[in-house]
Design a protein around this ligand. Structure first.
Ligand code: AMP
Length: 537
């Protein structure tokens, strides 16, 4: 009964490269990419990506070789997401905000053969070339599309756009190698398979309602978890990619209005930036609610609430590099629509349930038992399914540790609510332990964000001789507000939090951020420790 063989007729390895092959055929005349004045159709997008794949093969790239790219959100970066795997190679998209030494480390660790790099990152390119003398460098000159004459354009001319993409031999073949931000020690190289990239693109396209009507604005860096799979997802849907080299609120609002943007993704810090942009930078849009997906860090409910007031409809996603980006989503239930906005925002600030393409999400206690669904018991959020990484490249020890017991250990501490939704309370290393009690930094931040003068807040542990640690708040006030002091912030928290959770110290100023918009809490922890030294001296 079950002895049917897999044949070419009924089995093809899952791969997102196929999406462009199809879109170029089906939506050939449709605008695939907008970049400044430049408009490219799906037929052109397909031809350029095929030329890239062909040129890479002619340059000696073989299956499994790594090709690094260091590019902002410009058309060449979209081409790389199809042309590199379409040559059988593995795409290593490097974070464009890293310092030259980190880039050199990544390109060496990945053993990349080729680096495609934007002129803006010349210093990093030089460091990478020194670290890997055989590296072939292909420079991209981005002048919003009229880029004839660059290395990259000449390289494309060596390829044959009539040559089809290579399909993977097996859907488990590697498609991408993404390095984690490496806040402690060297970054780790997360390997993705074609299967997971294809499935996560489907999961995201469904979750975010992408279609041929979609106009997708590239506010999320494509180097971060391959832009949460959206280079593939938007192409699968046959939507339009609207490129954006650099995030400036005015430009974002202009593009939303002019290109009738329907969808965008961004970290909560970008939402905060849009919300507090001066009125002269904002533009209203009349083409309907713009859907914005946020994640990468916990969005305080005040931020969700603020974006909805501006006319955006917010989707909250959670994920990490190790699981191809977005893996859970806070699915809104029908009856939430009747709730006051602030109550609805509080429900939506939870990380939610598994994407349709993820097998399982669980919260496990220290003995690996599921925690009760009581919204209180803390455990580690663990994921399992087809959109989990293969492992860390050349690092079997870290791979075994992170995937132990058949689960991806996220290192995020969460509770499970009675409705089955998970809510992250902290990163394991960010919890504050004061007098033996655990304080969730996110819970304190959530309250701080409700203070009308607060634009951003982060809470970390400050060493304390009596309590071990106490909560220390770092706060950025809204533009133009100066007359708020620590005592007032502390008094505000007193009205909303148990005594031991109230920050003992409040420091005002800008918050240090990573290139992916996460607040660098370890830097703040150091500052909090130094505060201690100052106070003691
Ligand atoms: P990265 O691998 O750089 O994408 O970082 C993944 C980490 O970001 C996760 O382990 C979480 O700590 C955090 N993160 C991502 N999305 C969310 C979210 N929606 N809420 C809270 N934390 C998040």
């Amino acid at each position: 009964m079950d002895d049917f063989p897999k044949t070419e007729a009924n089995y093809a390895p899952l791969t997102p490269v196929q999406f462009l092959r199809r879109a170029a055929a089906v939506h050939g005349r449709k605008t695939a990419i907008v970049h400044g004045e430049l408009r490219r159709s799906y037929a052109e997008f397909g031809a350029r990506a095929r030329a890239l794949a062909s040129a890479l093969r002619k340059a000696g790239i073989r299956r499994g070789d790594r090709v690094s790219v260091m590019l902002p959100n410009i058309p060449e970066m979209l081409e790389a997401h199809f042309g590199v795997p379409g040559a059988g190679a593995v795409l290593n998209a490097v974070n464009t905000r890293l310092d030259p030494a980190a880039v050199a480390f990544i390109v060496s660790h990945a053993e990349s053969r080729i680096l495609i790099v934007d002129r803006e990152y010349e210093a990093a390119m030089r460091a990478a070339s020194e670290a890997r003398p055989d590296l072939i460098v292909i420079m991209v000159e981005d002048d919003a599309g009229g880029a004839s004459g660059s290395d990259y354009e000449r390289f494309l001319e060596t390829g044959d756009p009539g040559e089809d993409f290579l399909d993977p031999l097996d859907e488990w073949d590697s498609i991408a190698l993404n390095y984690t931000s490496g806040t402690t020690g060297d970054p780790k190289g997360v390997l993705y398979h074609h299967r997971g990239a294809c499935l996560n693109a489907f999961g995201n396209a469904m979750t975010f309602g992408l279609s041929t009507e979609t106009s997708y604005l590239w506010t999320l860096p494509m180097f971060h978890c391959n832009g949460w799979s959206y280079p593939w997802a938007v192409t699968a849907a046959g939507g339009t990619h609207v490129c954006l080299r650099r995030i400036e609120p005015r430009k974002v609002f202009d593009l939303i209005a002019e290109e009738r943007v329907t969808h965008l993704c961004a970290a909560p810090v970008v939402l905060t930036m849009l919300q507090h942009a001066p009125a002269s930078d904002r533009r209203s849009f009349v083409h309907g609610p713009v859907r914005i997906a946020t994640g990468g860090a916990a969005p305080p409910s005040a931020v969700i609430d603020g974006m909805e007031r501006l006319g955006f409809s917010v989707t909250h996603l959670y994920g990490m590099t190790e699981c191809f980006g977005p893996s859970t989503v806070c699915v809104p239930q029908e009856d939430w629509a009747d709730l006051p906005l602030s109550e609805r925002a509080a429900l939506m600030a939870r990380q939610g349930v598994n994407l349709v393409t993820l097998a399982e999400q669980t919260v496990l206690d220290a003995e690996d038992r599921p925690v009760p669904a009581d919204g209180r018991t803390l455990g580690e959020l663990c994921l399992r399914g087809n959109t989990v990484m293969k492992g860390y490249f050349r690092n079997p020890k870290a791979t075994a540790e992170t995937l132990r017991g058949g689960k991806l250990r996220t290192g995020d501490l969460a509770v499970l609510h009675p409705d089955g939704y998970v809510e992250i309370k902290d990163r394991a290393k960010d919890v504050i332990i004061t007098g033996g009690e655990n304080v969730s930094s996110l819970e304190v931040e959530e309250i701080l964000y409700r203070h009308p003068a607060v634009m951003e807040a982060a809470v970390v542990a400050r060493p304390d001789p009596k309590w071990g640690e106490t909560p220390c708040a770092f706060v950025t006030l809204k533009p133009g507000i100066e007359n708020v002091d620590a005592a007032e912030v502390i008094a505000f928290c007193r009205g909303h939090l148990a005594g031991f959770k109230i920050p003992r110290s409040v420091v005002f100023g800008d918050l240090p951020k990573t290139s992916t918009g996460k607040i660098r809490k370890y830097v703040l922890r150091e500052r909090a420790r130094e505060l201690d030294a100052t106070a003691a001296s």
